[in-house]
Design a protein around this ligand. Structure first.
Ligand code: 13P
Length: 333
C-alpha cells in the first residue's frame, strides 16, 4: 500500500541515468529569469516557457520527475492538455513545491526560516488529488562570520521534518532540501563544516518526527568554495569533500541524494556531479534536481521568440543528456 508506493516513487526519481528538473520557480523568481531575455512575466509567458521544457523531444530519457509550482501544476498546455497529464504521458513524475518561502527569522533577522506549515495537510491532500507524487521544501542557510546560528539550523530542521512527516502521511514523497548557500567568500572547508552541521541537525529532526528514510530524498548543496572565495576548489576536491561529508551524515537508508545547482554554471554543476559519481561505491544513488543548470542554456537559446522554440528545446535536451551522463559518472567535457 502507500508506503510501498512512496519507496518506489523515491527510487524511480533516482533511476540510473535520470534526475529531476526543478521548474518550481515562484512567481517572483521566474520573473527574474524572464527578465534576462526581456520578457514580461505574464501567466501566458510563464506557461509558454514551461511548455517548451515539458514538450522537448527526448527529455524524458534524462528527467524522471519535474517539480512544479502551484500555478504550473494547475496549468494547461496551449492545446488544453493539463501539464500533469502531459508529464504523466511522457513517463515523467509530477512533483510540487509546497514551502511558502524563506522569511526573516525572529530574533535573528539576518537569518531565514522557511514558512508554509499552516494548512499544509490540506494543501498536500489537494496536490495529491491533482497528481503530485512528490514534494519539495527548501530551507536556506547562509554562511557569514557568525552564521548560521544553532537556532537557525534547529528551526529550519524542525520545519523540514514537520513537512516531511506530513508529506508521508499524505502519500507524497518529501524532498528535504537544506540549502547552504554558496554566496560569500568562505572556503570549501567552511562549507564542509556548515553543511555537516546542517545535515546532522536535519537527520536528528527527521528521526524525532518519525520520517521514514526509505521514502524520502535529500536535496543538498555540494561542498564547494564560496562564490567570492579567492581560491576555488577543483572538481576532484569538491567530489572528495562532498562524499566524505555525506558519508558522515546521511544514513544509507536514504535512497537518493539529488543535488541542487545553486548558482554554479551549467558546466561546473555537470563536471562536479560527474566527479562525485566517479568516486563510486556510494550507499545512495547520487543524482540531480537542477533548476538553473538545466534551464539556463535553453532560456538563452529560446530568447522568448516563437521561432526559437526548437532551438530552446534542443539546448535543454543537450544539457539534460550531459547532466545524465554525469549522474552515471561518464561525462566528458
Ligand atoms: P537550482 O538548481 O537553480 O539551485 O534550483 C534548484 C532548486 O530547486 C532550488 O530550490
Amino acid at each position: 500500500m502507500a508506503s510501498h508506493d512512496m519507496a518506489s516513487i523515491a527510487q524511480a526519481l533516482v533511476a540510473k541515468s535520470k534526475g529531476i528538473l526543478a521548474a518550481d520557480e515562484s512567481t517572483g523568481t521566474i520573473a527574474k529569469r524572464l527578465t534576462l531575455i526581456g520578457m514580461p512575466s505574464t501567466e501566458e509567458n510563464r506557461r509558454d516557457w514551461r511548455e517548451l521544457l515539458f514538450t522537448a523531444d527526448g527529455f524524458a530519457d534524462y528527467i524522471s520527475g519535474v517539480i512544479l509550482y502551484d500555478e504550473t501544476i494547475r496549468q494547461k498546455a496551449k492545446d488544453g492538455t493539463p501539464f500533469v497529464d502531459l508529464l504523466n504521458k511522457a513517463g515523467v513524475i509530477p512533483g510540487i513545491k509546497v514551502d511558502m518561502g524563506a522569511k526573516p527569522l525572529a530574533g535573528s533577522p539576518d537569518e531565514k526560516v522557511t514558512e508554509g506549515l499552516d494548512g499544509l495537510r490540506e494543501r498536500l491532500a489537494e496536490y495529491r488529488k491533482i497528481g503530485a507524487r512528490f514534494a519539495k521544501w527548501r530551507a536556506v542557510i547562509d554562511i557569514a562570520a557568525d552564521q548560521p546560528s544553532n537556532y537557525c539550523l534547529d528551526v529550519n530542521a524542525h520545519a523540514l521534518a514537520r513537512y516531511a512527516a506530513l508529506c508521508q502521511e499524505a502519500d507524497i514523497v518529501p524532498i528535504v532540501e537544506p540549502e547552504v548557500l554558496m554566496d560569500g567568500d568562505h572556503d570549501i572547508d567552511r562549507c564542509y563544516e556548515v553543511t555537516s552541521a546542517a545535515l546532522r541537525t536535519v537527520f536528528a529532526a527527521l528521526d524525532t518526527q518519525r520520517v521514514v528514510l526509505e521514502e524520502m530524498l535529500l536535496k543538498p548543496n555540494m561542498v564547494i568554495s564560496g562564490k567570492k572565495c579567492p581560491t576555488q576548489a577543483s572538481a576532484a576536491e569538491i567530489a572528495e569533500k562532498t562524499v566524505r561529508c555525506f558519508r558522515n551524515t546521511v544514513p544509507a537508508a536514504v535512497p537518493g541524494i539529488v543535488f541542487l545547482s545553486g548558482g554554479q554554471s551549467d558546466e561546473d554543476a555537470t563536471a562536479n556531479l560527474d566527479a562525485i559519481n566517479r568516486i563510486g561505491n556510494l550507499p545512495w544513488e547520487v543524482s540531480y534536481s537542477y533548476g538553473r543548470a538545466l534551464q539556463h542554456g535553453a532560456l538563452m537559446a529560446w530568447g522568448g521568440k516563437p521561432g526559437n522554440v526548437g532551438a530552446g528545446q534542443r539546448a535543454f535536451a543537450h544539457r539534460a543528456r550531459l547532466v545524465s551522463a554525469a549522474r552515471d559518472g561518464r561525462y566528458s567535457a
